[in-house]
Design a protein. Structure first.
Length: 480
């Protein structure tokens, strides 16, 4: 059995990921793409967009990309938060107008534009939106031709005409650490994130012109308002925005099982195997990767300190799944975070006896959202090593089981990779999923061997490419 660390996973897959190329040969890129970018405080949106625009400049030297941040046009954010709602609406409205004016006056106009703003703010446990649904015309700060009309939504719809409204998210522990001017409790950040996502979905329905939109088909209702964790590689977002003909895949795999292995070398080997699978998919497709949000370690942290009297606890780098910062939109490695134990209890403790915690519900809901944004789900070794643990023959990883169920419920294509040498059978009635031979890929004699894994992943990608047209046409069949 080969033993290697996370850093030593498939050289081919890792090299392809680090190169970052996303343009397929012969692919025709759109001439213009305009994106409204939302997300709560602490996401480093300005830095994310700066890195992404530089990435596009490197990948597409014949195209230009630029980003504009509404908050840059608010003189004092701290003072802004203390004003009345009417005053906040006026200040924010003018800031939106000034940012859009800067975009309109750019010469030459950028090919790809990203317009960043908060749709909601959080102040003393109160979440509010500065959006005014009807605002007066105002020629004091803008040219008459660009003055605001009727409402913010109509103005964005009529002037900016965004193709997408994307909502950025990140680990709540990382968000909490980035915010220096105020302490937000972890529970507050979870709630704020939900509200900002909901407002982004609403904004997309109102501001994205009809010629860009798809119908409200349940399987693809978030086509124009995807949630994007900022620890995805830049080329993932580029493929989503510029290459809609590339399949969008949700990568499903056991996370807790490999992470809980007691033997450190076996744990490293198992995590490296998962990383090899992830990186191989990332090298060729637009992949929604659940490890780009890693918040369940907070639950494990609470369990370790359940009986401790300490008021503060620390989440270390080794508690979290490592994703090299240079491969991500945010450019940051995962780092240690100190937090209050009582905050952990709020989010990671059970809501009632035997019930899931708020954090567990959030994780499941977020992963389901990423599945809803995908064309298909690829499950990697859902019964990973259950024979060794003495589990029931049909025992799936809880997360992959629910994700496979979600794929079935929403009509997404489902593919499963298994290891007949180490994993259990997938045909027991307890699973409740019928899998055809073309949906199951097996590695012989085992997937611990990198060469065997490479062969089975190649077979998977060949099947994905054969089904590409079917998957994409299904997504496009919802167009208005």
């Amino acid at each position: 059995m080969a033993t290697f660390s996370v850093a030593q996973c498939s050289a081919d897959a890792l090299a392809a990921l680090e190169r970052g190329h996303f343009c397929e040969v012969g692919m025709t890129l759109p001439d213009k793409v305009r994106v409204l970018v939302t997300g709560h405080t602490g996401l480093y949106k300005r830095g994310v967009l700066d890195r992404f625009c530089k990435f596009l400049g490197t990948e597409l030297p014949n195209r230009t990309a630029a980003h504009y941040c509404v908050e840059d046009y608010i003189d004092d954010m701290g003072l802004f938060m203390t004003f009345s709602l009417a005053a906040q609406q006026e200040i924010w409205r003018k800031a939106v107008g000034k940012a859009l004016s800067a975009w309109q006056k750019a010469n030459p106009a950028p090919d790809y534009t990203f317009f960043s703003l908060h749709l909601t703010f959080h102040w003393h446990s109160h979440v509010f939106s500065p959006m005014s649904w009807r605002v007066p015309k105002d020629t004091g700060d803008f040219d008459e031709e660009t003055c605001l009309e009727d409402s913010f939504m109509r103005y964005i719809h009529g002037v900016y005409k965004p193709h997408y409204c994307i909502n950025l998210i990140d680990d709540i522990q990382a968000v909490q650490s980035r915010i220096k001017h105020h302490h937000f409790r972890l529970r507050e950040l979870l709630s704020w994130r939900d509200i900002e996502v909901m407002m982004t979905d609403l904004a997309a329905k109102l501001v994205v012109p009809a010629e860009y939109t798809h119908g409200d088909q349940p399987s693809f209702q978030f086509e124009r308002s995807p949630v994007i964790p900022i620890r995805h590689p830049p080329k993932m977002l580029a493929r989503y925005l510029f290459e809609p003909e590339v399949p969008r895949i949700y990568a499903s795999f056991p996370i807790g099982s490999p992470r809980r292995l007691e033997d450190s070398s076996e744990r490293s080997r198992a995590m490296a195997e998962i990383d090899d699978f992830r990186n191989t998919l990332h090298s060729s497709y637009c992949v929604f990767d659940p490890l780009t949000i890693d918040e369940l370690p907070l639950r494990d942290l609470l369990r370790r300190h359940q009986q401790s009297a300490a008021a503060k606890v620390e989440l270390t780098e080794s508690d979290q799944w490592p994703i090299p910062g240079l491969q991500t939109l945010c450019g940051e490695d995962r780092s240690k975070h100190e937090m209050s134990k009582d905050e952990l209890v709020e989010v990671a403790g059970p809501m009632s006896r035997g019930a899931k915690s708020e954090l567990a519900r959030q994780v499941e809901g977020r992963d389901f959202r990423l599945i809803d944004q995908s064309d298909c789900v690829v499950v990697y070794r859902p019964t990973y090593n259950t024979k060794a643990w003495g589990e029931e023959p049909w025992k799936w990883s809880t997360g992959t089981y629910h994700e496979a169920m979600r794929a079935r419920e929403t009509g997404k294509q489902l593919f499963v990779i298994r290891d007949p040498a180490c994993d259990n059978e997938l045909t027991a009635p307890n699973i409740g999923i019928e899998l055809t031979p073309s949906q199951v890929f097996e590695g012989q004699p085992n997937l611990n061997d990198p060469e065997n894994r490479k062969k089975v992943l190649t077979q998977l990608m060949e099947e994905l490419d054969r089904r590409r047209e079917t998957m994409i046409s299904r997504r496009r069949s919802s167009e208005c």
